[in-house]
Design a protein around this ligand. Structure first.
Ligand SMILES: [Zn+2]
Length: 93
């Protein structure tokens, strides 16, 4: 004879809870980045897709969005500050 019906039901419930916990845990482990993107879509994508450019004057890496842009001989250059931009343009003109 197998185990009583109530015991089998308890086992089934426990198995269900374990599956549910694993499911929630895997979602928690694999979804945090998705959550951030959903709550702050612009901010997250901006940070993630932010491109760093090198300041040719002082060698500092600056994000494109906050860099000072200048065009020299048809080439776009990025600087960390207005001072670097002006200094570089003076030296290379
Ligand atoms: Zn600089």
């Amino acid at each position: 004879m197998g185990p009583p019906v109530c015991l089998r039901m308890i086992r089934l419930v426990i198995a269900g809870i374990i599956v549910y916990v694993i499911y929630r845990l895997s979602r928690f482990l694999f979804a945090p980045s998705e959550k951030i993107l959903k709550s702050h879509p612009r901010g997250a994508s901006r940070i993630k897709g932010e491109e760093l450019v090198k300041d040719p004057c002082c060698g500092t890496y600056v994000p494109v969005s906050s860099a000072h842009k200048a065009t020299l001989n048809g080439e776009t250059l990025y600087f960390c500050s207005r001072e670097c931009l002006e200094k570089y343009m003076k030296e290379n003109s």
